[in-house]
Structure formats: C-alpha cells, structure tokens
Design a protein around this ligand. Sequence first.
Ligand SMILES: [Zn+2]
Ligand SMILES: [Zn+2]
Length: 229
Amino acid sequence: MDERVTEESLEAENRIYARIFDGIMDRRLTPGTKLPERELCELFSASRSLVRRVLQRLAHYHVVELRPNRGAIVATPTPEETRQIFQARRALEGALVRLAAQHATPADIDGLRQQLHVEHEAMHGSDQPAWARLASTFHLRVARLANNAILENYLKEIVSRCSLIVALYEPQGNAACEHDEHAGIVACLERGDGENAARLMEEHLVELERHICLRQPDARPSLKDRLGL
Ligand SMILES: [Zn+2]
Ligand SMILES: [Zn+2]
C-alpha cells in the first residue's frame, strides 16, 4: 500500500477510531454488530486503507474481531473470557492502586475527587452512556497515578474489554452507583494506604462482575444510528 499517512489522514483516523470506540463504550454498538468496510468508508467519506487501519487498531484492543473474508464485527466475549478478563483486571488494578498510593500528591487527590463528582452527577442524571464512560475514567486516572506506562496500557486494553462485557451482559438500566466505592479508594490513596486501597479495589471489581449476567444482545438499529451520524 503506497498511500502515505499524512497528518490529515491521521487526524481522520483518530476521529473515526474515537467515533466507533465511543459507540461501543456507550453501548450503541453492541457485540456482534457488523462493521462493513464499504459502509464505513461511505459514512465517514474515508478511504479503504484508512478504515482498515482503524479496524486494526480496534482489533488490537480486542473490541473488534477481524474475521478473514467475512469482515469486522464488534467482539463478543464468552463467559470464560469474561471470567479471565475480570481476574486479570483485579490483579492489575491491585498492583496499580498500590503504586498510586505511593505516588499520589494532594493535587492528584483533588483531581480524583472532582472526577467522582462529575461521575456521580452523570450517574443520577439522564446521561447514563456518559456515566458508563466516566466510571472507567476513574479507574484509568488511578492507573495514571501509578507512574507505570506499561501497566497503564494493559489496563486500557482490559477496561475496553470490560466495557464491552458490561454492554453485552449487564441488564440495561441496572448499573449500580459506584460513587461510594470509588470514594473509599480515594480516601485510602490520600492516606497513602496501598493495602486497603487494593482490598477495596478488589471488592469493587468483584461487585462489578457480580452485576453482570448472561443475556442476549438487543435488536439492531442501523449502523448509521449507532455511530450517532
Ligand atoms: Zn469503578
Ligand atoms: Zn449515587
């Protein structure tokens, strides 16, 4: 392929990536949704190679599955994968929150509390999709404070996969308020208490997994609607 990746095409790539990724995180694009290359090219007025790069990036994070000769679909995690992903997430977030307790400054703690506030408003307002994204933002912000880019990147991948699982298995409108559990973790971080922060994080993630139950994906609106175009 001889099409050069210009600054402009990279910008378009990031924009299309974000649009599809947000569609998945906001639960508009549910597992199993087909993402036909040609339709995406038309909807975004983008070239095939650009759309392909976007789909490959999404596949790298396991939120999209690339099937040889049959095109891309939003990934459908199995119950066994779900068990493994949550197990990996607990191990990873335990390590991250211990490190965060060592590094967090008072300004970082303030930032986390502001984040909790925004999250709580969205949770009890009408903006549930925004809340779904904000709830994982809290976890990613804690990860950032650990000062370990490698662990943080692993968490980004796992959180993407967890959001997909929540979209697939959590009954609509059944999301629990995570505010008090998040606030408890922040209080431990403020005291530099990594052990208790890790214990609360573990309990919080067990609870998150417990809320998930097997269900079938809903009936399908069009790809255009799901992309919010
Ligand atoms: Zn949480
Ligand atoms: Zn609440």
